[in-house]
Design a protein around this ligand. Structure first.
Ligand code: SF4
Length: 432
């Protein structure tokens, strides 16, 4: 599997064997408990130690169909490696890199096919959205013998793994290879289709026994400030860095608005594109920002400056384009609806940050898909029960579109898809 340009080099076979032999192969391993998809980590590491690398990949895929993506983008410091018993006094096992070693070995021999295919059930399931939750759900349902059609509005599957995570962390080829693996399980993939555009609710009701919605989130919301039309969209910026890097506009003084993982990725791209000065502005503090701690540390080492408690109020430009971003200082007040302190602007504190490029990465709006399907929502996110079923029987949902509370992540979306597939399977069996 191609890994050109990745931040961390692949382990050599020798390094992988040495690292896997450091593992204590704990009983009731805390690393496995800390993994949202509960991969049997000591088991897959043991197989690397005994040079059964394909067996190791099989163990990973049994729990997590997107093992190659998760090996790269999971915040392992906060999950499996953070829980490793060797972490307190020694160095935790490099679980993420060992997982990548096993997955890359398997993919280098073609699309992995370890599953046993169940007999066809005659049931049809529609999955809407081919991001991590949709791929996971579609693959798990196909393994159980159901006929799955995966609808994706973009040309390529993989969701944010394909379009929205910088190549340094996950090359596009890794995500696309996983899409092929899911297709190889028998899933029919229909791209360029979305609800209301080539697919209606009537189509879903008529042609399918169940629906899984994994449509992710929508576009970046507006800031509502003068000159906003001159601000680049962070997700589009990352997408162009993956699809068309040669034509990505390079700034010399770049300001990124927002402090989540997308903002960190945008700052990393700007630096690698040769920007002299990259500043992240955020209206709260490091305590409230949603970027992972290790990503924050990484980008600070890259030389990115952080301006906390800072709110943009206007993009300054002249006849040649953007020259700066006018900002004001912020004081944090009472907790708002998000449970975080509400920013209060000090309008007498105006100052201008020099900038020839401004990028915003301030999260994504909720999608209108819930209203089209008539399912209940909470703050715009689709409401589901413990079985991932909405208030409309037969319509299930998972991934970012249901995550009204707490942080969202790729691995959580994969687990949503896996659990929803099990629930859909039982629901169909029960209704038969
Ligand atoms: Fe190996 Fe660490 Fe997991 Fe124990 S906790 S099984 S040492 S990776």
């Amino acid at each position: 599997m191609p890994g050109l340009g990745e931040q961390l080099p692949a382990l050599t076979p020798h390094e992988a064997i040495v690292e896997s032999n450091r593992c204590l192969f704990c009983f009731d391993a805390p690393c496995t408990h800390a993994c949202p998809t509960h991969i049997d980590i000591p088991r897959f590491i043991k197989k690397i130690a005994t040079q059964n690398i394909l067996g190791s990949a099989k163990t990973i895929l049994e729990a997590n169909l997107l093992g190659a993506t998760c090996a790269r983008v999971c915040p392992v410091q906060e999950l499996c490696e953070g829980a490793c018993v060797l972490g307190s006094e020694h160095k935790p096992i490099m679980i993420g890199r060992l997982q990548r070693h096993a997955m890359d070995f398997a993919y280098s021999r073609g699309v992995p096919k370890f599953h046993t295919q169940a007999a066809a059930t005659g049931k049809k399931i529609a999955v809407i959205g081919a991001g991590p939750a949709g791929l996971s759900c579609a693959g798990e349902l196909a393994k159980r013998g159901h006929a799955v059609t995966l609808f994706e509005k973009r040309e390529l599957g993989g969701g944010l793994s394909t379009y929205g995570i910088i190549s340094l962390r996950e090359p596009m080829e890794v995500a696309l290879a996983e899409v092929e693996m899911v297709r190889g399980l028998g899933v029919e993939f229909r791209s360029g289709v979305e609800l209301g555009n080539g697919l209606s609710v009537e189509d879903l009701k008529t042609n399918f026994d169940a629906v899984f919605v994994s449509a992710g989130l929508g576009v970046t919301p507006a800031l509502g400030i003068p000159g906003e039309e001159y601000i680049l969209d962070g997700l589009a910026y990352i997408e162009q860095s993956k699809l068309d890097l040669a034509n990505l506009p390079a700034g010399r003084q770049v300001v990124i608005i927002g402090a989540g993982n997308t903002a960190i990725d945008c700052a990393t791209i700007a630096k690698r594109q040769g920007a002299e000065h990259v500043t992240i502005v955020y209206r709260r503090t490091a305590v409230e920002m949603s970027a992972y701690k290790h990503e924050y540390d990484f980008v600070k080492k890259e030389g990115v400056e952080f301006r906390f408690l800072t709110q943009p109020v206007e993009v300054i430009r002249d006849k040649n384009g953007v020259t700066g971003l006018e900002c004001v200082s912020v004081v944090l007040g009472e907790l708002d609806r998000s449970g975080r302190p509400a920013p209060q602007l000090d309008l007498n504190s105006r100052f201008v940050l020099a900038a020839d490029q401004v990028v915003k990465a301030i999260g994504q709006d909720k999608l209108s898909v819930a209203a089209v399907l008539g399912v209940a929502t909470e703050r715009g996110f689709i409401q589901v029960n413990s079985q991932f079923e909405t208030n409309v029987p037969g319509i299930y949902a998972g991934g970012d579109c249901i995550r009204a509370k707490g942080a969202s992540s790729t691995v959580m979306a994969v687990q949503d898809g896996k659990l929803a597939a099990a629930a859909i399977n039982s629901g169909l069996t029960w209704r038969t």
